[in-house]
Write a new protein. Structure first.
Length: 472
C-alpha cells in the first residue's frame, strides 16, 4: 500500500502534487490510501511523494481541474480517491470520460461538486456581518458551512466589502480582510462573534416594511433559506409574526382603495423660449432639457456642440457615442481620436473648430453590459434639427464638414448619396460651403489591413480639401 498526503485537504494544488506523483509512479488507484481529513488507514505505507517517476504527468482539461477544485471542498472522505481514479482513467486513454454523465465516478463527482456550489451560494447569501464594539469599520461574521468552502468564497467577500475590515469565522477555518489582503487562520466558536449591533435593528425594520405577504410561500422560503441558517440571520426573528399576520395583511391590501401610479421619471423641466438675441450658451442650456423625442430617456445627458462661438468651420457628425454620452463632450471616443489624428497630420487645429452632431442624444441597444450604437430614425433627426439650426445661426460658419451619411443628408438633403457625392464642396443657400465625407467610426469598422487603410486614405483626402480651404 501507498500513502498520499493532502494538506490542507481542500486545496487543489496540494491534491494535484500528490496525484501527479502517484500517477507518474504508475501507482494504481486501489493501492493508494489518501490521508486527507485523516481518513487514511492505520496501516503504514510508502509516501507516493518519494516514489520515482516512470512516466510523464498526464495532461487534463480545464473542465477536470474546475471539477476537482469543487469536489475537494466537499466533506466526503473518499473524494481524493475518487478524483485520482478519474485522473487514472483519463491518463490510461479515457480522454472523454467527463462527457459520460452516466459513468458512476463522473456522476458521483458531479453530485459532490453540485453540493459544494450550493453551499457556496448559501454562504454568499446568508453571511451577516456584525460590527465589532469599540472599533471603526471592523466587522465579524459567524457561519457554519457544510463543506470546506471558506477559501473558495472569501475572495468574493473581499471584492464585495473591500472598503471595510472584516473576519468570517467558521468552526474549521477563518478568513480575515484588512482592507488590502486576505489571510486565513484556524476556526473559532460562535461566542467569538458579536451577538448583535445597531444596524440589525434598522435591517429588521427595513425587512418588515418590504415583506410582501401576498407572495408568501413558506415551502419555497424554506427551500431557498433553510432553517439551519436562520440563527445567523437577524430578519428571521420576525418571520413567525410576519407569516402569522400575512393573511390579514393581504385582505387589507385587497380592500384598500386603488392609488394612481407614481411616475418613475420626473416631469421634464420646461424648455425656455429662445430668441434670436440669445447666446450659444443659452441654446446649450435649453438643449439640456430637451424632451422632443424619446432618446433622452435611456441616454445619460444631452451632448451639445463644443468649440469657439465664432468658429469659421463646423464639423458635424451623426450622433454622440458611448463615451460622448458619458462625458457630455462630442468626439472623445475612438472615432474622435482618429479624427484628431488626421486633423493633426493635416495641420488643422481642432481647437479652432466647432464640433457637433445632428442628433444630441446617444441612441443605443443594450447588450449585457455593452451599449451598441444604433442609427437614429428620421423622426429623431427631425426632432433635433432645431438645435442644429440654432447652433449654425449663432456661429454663422463659412465651412461645414458633414461626417457620415446621416449628417450629410441633414445638411444637403434627404436624397444625398454619400459614397457617390462625397469630397465635393457645395454652396448652401446661406452662402456657406458644405463638404461631405466619411464618418471616422465607419473607417474603424473596416477590417484591419488594406480595407481600413483604403478607407482612411479616402477620409484623409476629403479632409485635405478642408485644409486647403483654410487661410494659410
Amino acid at each position: 500500500m501507498f500513502v498520499a498526503r493532502v494538506e490542507p485537504p481542500w486545496e487543489l494544488e496540494a491534491w494535484r502534487v500528490a496525484a501527479r506523483a502517484a500517477w507518474c509512479a504508475q501507482v494504481p488507484p486501489e493501492t493508494v490510501e489518501w490521508n486527507g481529513d485523516a481518513q487514511g488507514s492505520l496501516i503504514g505505507g510508502q509516501d507516493v511523494a518519494a516514489l520515482p517517476a516512470v512516466r510523464e504527468a498526464p495532461r487534463v482539461s480545464s473542465d477536470f481541474m474546475a471539477l476537482a477544485n469543487a469536489v475537494l471542498c466537499h466533506r466526503d472522505p473518499q473524494r481524493h480517491a475518487l478524483l485520482y481514479r478519474l485522473l487514472w482513467r483519463m491518463g490510461q486513454g479515457e480522454r472523454g470520460l467527463l462527457d459520460h454523465a452516466t459513468d458512476a465516478d463522473v456522476h458521483r463527482a458531479e453530485v459532490l461538486a453540485k453540493s459544494v456550489r450550493r453551499d457556496t451560494h448559501k454562504m454568499k447569501a446568508f453571511v451577516r456581518f456584525r460590527e465589532v464594539p469599540g472599533e471603526t469599520e471592523a466587522f465579524v461574521a459567524w457561519f457554519e458551512p457544510e463543506h470546506y468552502i471558506v477559501d473558495r468564497v472569501a475572495p468574493f467577500f473581499a471584492r464585495r466589502f473591500a472598503g471595510m475590515r472584516w473576519a468570517i469565522l467558521t468552526p474549521y477555518r477563518s478568513a480575515h480582510w484588512d482592507g488590502h489582503a486576505l489571510a486565513f487562520g484556524p476556526g473559532g466558536v460562535r461566542a467569538d462573534a458579536p451577538e448583535d449591533d445597531a444596524r440589525e435593528s434598522l435591517w429588521r425594520t427595513y425587512y418588515a416594511n418590504i415583506f410582501n405577504p401576498a407572495r408568501l410561500n413558506p415551502t419555497m422560503m424554506r427551500s431557498e433559506m433553510p432553517q439551519k441558517y436562520w440563527k445567523h440571520l437577524p430578519e428571521t426573528q420576525l418571520l413567525p409574526e410576519l407569516i402569522q399576520n400575512a393573511g390579514a395583511r393581504v385582505r387589507e391590501m385587497a380592500e384598500r382603495a386603488p392609488e394612481l401610479p407614481r411616475r418613475r421619471i420626473p416631469e421634464a423641466p420646461a424648455e425656455p423660449v429662445l430668441t434670436a438675441d440669445d447666446s450659444l450658451d443659452a441654446v446649450r442650456a435649453a438643449a439640456a432639457a430637451c424632451r422632443r423625442c424619446e432618446l433622452w430617456q435611456p441616454a445619460t445627458r444631452t451632448v451639445f456642440g463644443e468649440g469657439p462661438d465664432d468658429a469659421r468651420v463646423v464639423l458635424m457628425g451623426e450622433q454622440p457615442g458611448d463615451e460622448e454620452d458619458l462625458s457630455g463632450r462630442p468626439f472623445v471616443g475612438p472615432a474622435g481620436k482618429l479624427l484628431d489624428r488626421v486633423l493633426a497630420e493635416l495641420g488643422i487645429d481642432r481647437r479652432t473648430l466647432y464640433l457637433t452632431n445632428a442628433v444630441k442624444h446617444f441612441r443605443f441597444e443594450q447588450r449585457g453590459k455593452r451599449r451598441l450604437h444604433r442609427n437614429p430614425t428620421s423622426t429623431q433627426v427631425q426632432a433635433c434639427r432645431p438645435w442644429l439650426q440654432q447652433e449654425l445661426a449663432r456661429i454663422d460658419p463659412q465651412l461645414i464638414v458633414c461626417l457620415g451619411a446621416n449628417a450629410a443628408r441633414t445638411v444637403l438633403g434627404g436624397d444625398f448619396q454619400l459614397m457617390a457625392q462625397r469630397g465635393q464642396w457645395r454652396v448652401m443657400a446661406e452662402g456657406a460651403r458644405a463638404l461631405a465625407t466619411l464618418h471616422p467610426s465607419w473607417v474603424l469598422r473596416q477590417p484591419e489591413g488594406e480595407a481600413r487603410q483604403a478607407a482612411l486614405a479616402l477620409f484623409k483626402n476629403d479632409l485635405a480639401l478642408l485644409a486647403a480651404a483654410l487661410p494659410q
